[in-house]
Design a protein around this ligand. Structure first.
Ligand SMILES: *Cc1c(COP(=O)(O)O)cnc(C)c1O
Length: 366
């Protein structure tokens, strides 16, 4: 008997190229789009190692844990790194980027995370892109947590390296990812003797052996199941309409925020200003004296299906994440999350208003 995962015809170069083209349309980009055969950390690391070297002066913006990782990679490449860290409950501003350029005109690379699912904030990339372009620096963006949840427009924003994954708001697989690469970025890589070559991390290999060859022959056997899942998830986003998918995430975020405030019990939005809150996921601060991971454990005991998680690392004590993305960007998932949080808080002896929270969430859904 044939098995749906196992007895598949080979995934050829034509199909692979067609999936790349579909991803490019999702990004409204004319740049080359390379689909990489691994989780988003593969192009995130590959792009930094290709574009940065001892001659690079990088402005590394830290608005969450990923920014810290990028700084480590940049330093490992020999780049001079200027870290611009802002508290995780805010976003960075274009003005802060402008000041960094004024203090360090030698900056020729900027790394930024668009939205941070881990901390729940989102950064004003369009405005920041104007500043970066005015100074001619190469602009690297992690859009893994924003694609599908808010507009991601590398061409309009002047992003030279834009990395996406399908596993968050697109509701797709985690095992393949993509990066759009500008002509400027290819030139920077080609001129970098340290850029990985003949390596799984190498973007230049894909440029030379795939793109420049007219996308006729793949470098190695593709991750076939993941590629088919990526195609299916892009198809689903196209069928619903990217705008509608984005609107669903925006609604989930405002509804969760409004619901959590109305719930009471000392729960507060982790990101102070609503405009800095990411549509992909809503982070909440637990009242002092309570432990977030314990509250999440109780909430999941009340309803194992809700998309709740405690913050990672040190944030596990104070932060709850409502991961209302992909299939969870629905009024039902938001309601269930609020109800489960209400149950957990009231078990801990706090006074909550679950009815009020559900009403507030419903009223805020756009
Ligand atoms: C989720 C995410 C990634 C991918 O990391 P995973 O931990 O494998 O999901 C990369 N960057 C950002 C900003 C993310 O939110």
């Amino acid at each position: 008997m044939t098995h749906p995962f196992l007895d598949l015809p080979p995934l050829g170069a034509d199909r692979f190229a067609a999936i790349e083209d579909r991803v490019a349309r999702l990004l409204s980009t004319e740049q080359d789009v390379v689909i990489m055969q691994g989780e988003a950390l593969l192009p995130l690391e590959g792009a930094i190692r290709a574009a940065a070297g001892p001659g690079t002066t990088a402005l590394n913006v830290i608005t969450g844990p990923y920014g810290q990782t990028f700084g480590d990679w940049l330093r490992d490449c020999g780049a001079t790194v200027i870290d611009l860290a802002v508290p995780f409950h805010t976003a960075v501003t274009a003005e802060e980027i402008r000041q960094a350029f004024a203090e360090h005109p030698e900056i020729d690379f900027v790394s930024l995370v668009h939205a941070e699912a881990a901390t729940g904030n989102t950064n004003p990339v369009a405005e920041i892109g104007e500043v970066v372009r005015a100074h001619g620096a190469l602009f690297y963006l992690d859009a893994v947590a924003s694609i599908g949840a808010e507009p991601v427009l590398p061409d309009a924003w002047g992003v030279d390296l834009c990395v996406i994954g399908a596993q968050k708001a697109m509701g797709g697989p985690a095992g393949v990812s993509a990066v759009s690469v500008s002509e400027r970025a290819w030139a920077r890589m080609a001129a970098n003797p340290q850029a990985p070559r003949r390596s799984y991390l190498s973007l230049l290999d894909w440029k030379e052996r795939w793109i420049d060859g007219g996308r006729k022959a793949l470098l190695h056997a593709p991750a076939q199941l993941e590629m088919l899942a990526l195609e299916a998830c892009v198809e689903r986003v196209e069928a619903a309409g990217l705008k509608a998918v984005i609107a669903r995430h925006a609604s989930a975020a405002v509804a969760t925020r409004a619901g959590a405030v109305a719930l009471g019990g000392g729960l507060e939005p982790y990101v102070y200003q609503a405009r800095d809150a990411a549509p992909v996921a809503t982070t909440l601060r637990v009242p002092s004296g309570l432990v977030a991971s314990e509250l999440v454990r109780r909430a999941l005991a009340a309803d194992p299906a809700v998309p709740l998680a405690a913050g990672g690392g040190a944030l596990a004590k104070e932060m709850i994440r409502v991961n209302h993305y992909g299939a969870e960007a629905t009024p039902g998932a938001v309601r269930a999350s609020l109800a489960a949080l209400g149950a957990a808080l009231s078990e801990q002896g706090l006074t909550v208003d679950v009815e009020g929270a559900l009403r507030a969430a419903e009223g805020a859904w756009r």
